[in-house]
Write a protein that binds this ligand. Structure first.
Ligand code: CDP
Ligand code: CDP
Length: 231
């Protein structure tokens, strides 16, 4: 059977990584969470004090980018791939609201994007990959056989992310989570380099009222159709 490339883009907390992970398991494909890579670079910049809520020394980050290495390793306990920053597992640290509050500014820096996109293209060069992010169907894999663009209302997404953070034990309030999601939507969609836009040939799915199972079945049908068309 053909192996294809599946690009899943969309706004924050639309369920991209959940569906991408389910698909990869089902198809025996590699799953790559490209957002985790931007989050890991952001954590590096925060640890070096290049960025916080009030300042961002872009030059310092860019001149030190060659010190940043990112890779994924399979975690037997969770069955997922964890992200590593300079050899250290940072899977948990990159999911905090503090990192979310800085990541879109870091992801707008062209040098950061150039380095990560190169690595992402390398990871997907054999096909058989599901990658989720913001620019996968437009920039990373413009020739992907299947492109999906996920949306849902901002309130629905904020509620999902809030529940997730509270379940992890993080102390956050709903309004700051909603604010972060709206701010990232804006920065990600308006940056000059690789803004978040729906690729012309992407199929849009609004999952505001879909359960995880319904959304998975919908996407799986699209995969089946795509594979049949290639036979
Ligand atoms: O999971 P969530 O939707 O909150 O975000 P994510 O996928 O972890 O991505 C975090 C941030 O990384 C996004 O808000 C974007 O600023 C950036 N990102 C990007 O610019 N390009 C990608 N391909 C993936 C993420
Ligand atoms: O990767 P992205 O930020 O787009 O979203 P996610 O991390 O896959 O999903 C964010 C949260 O929303 C997770 O806790 C999902 O279980 C939940 N979700 C949901 O309850 N129903 C959906 N249809 C999609 C996501």
């Amino acid at each position: 059977m053909h192996k294809i490339t599946i690009a899943i883009d969309g706004f924050s907390s639309t369920g991209k990584s959940t569906v991408a992970r389910q698909l990869a398991k089902h198809l025996g494909y590699i799953y790559v969470d490209s957002g985790a890579m931007y989050r890991a670079v952001t954590l590096y910049a925060m640890n070096q004090q290049f960025i916080d809520d009030n300042q961002f020394d872009v030059n310092a980050l860019v001149t030190n980018l060659h010190h940043v290495t990112i890779h994924f390793e399979f975690n037997r306990e969770t069955g997922n791939a964890d992200v590593y920053l300079n050899g250290k597992n940072v899977e948990k640290q990159i999911r905090t609201l503090e990192v979310s509050n800085c990541v879109s500014r870091v992801a707008a820096v062209p040098e950061v994007r150039y380095q990560l996109v190169k690595q992402q293209q390398q990871m997907g060069k054999e096909k058989g990959v599901v990658m989720d992010g913001r620019d996968i169907g437009t920039v990373v894999f413009p020739h992907a056989e299947l492109k999906i663009f996920m949306t849902a209302s901002a309130e629905t997404r904020a509620q999902r992310r809030y529940d997730e953070l509270i379940n992890r034990g993080d102390k956050v309030n709903f309004n700051e989570v909603l604010h972060n999601i709206q701010e990232r939507d804006y920065i990600d969609s308006h940056r000059a380099d690789s803004p978040l836009v729906k690729a012309e040939d992407a199929i849009e799915i609004d999952n505001s009222n879909l359960t995880l199972d319904q959304q998975f079945q919908k996407v799986l049908n699209l995969v089946t159709m795509t594979l049949e068309n290639l036979e």
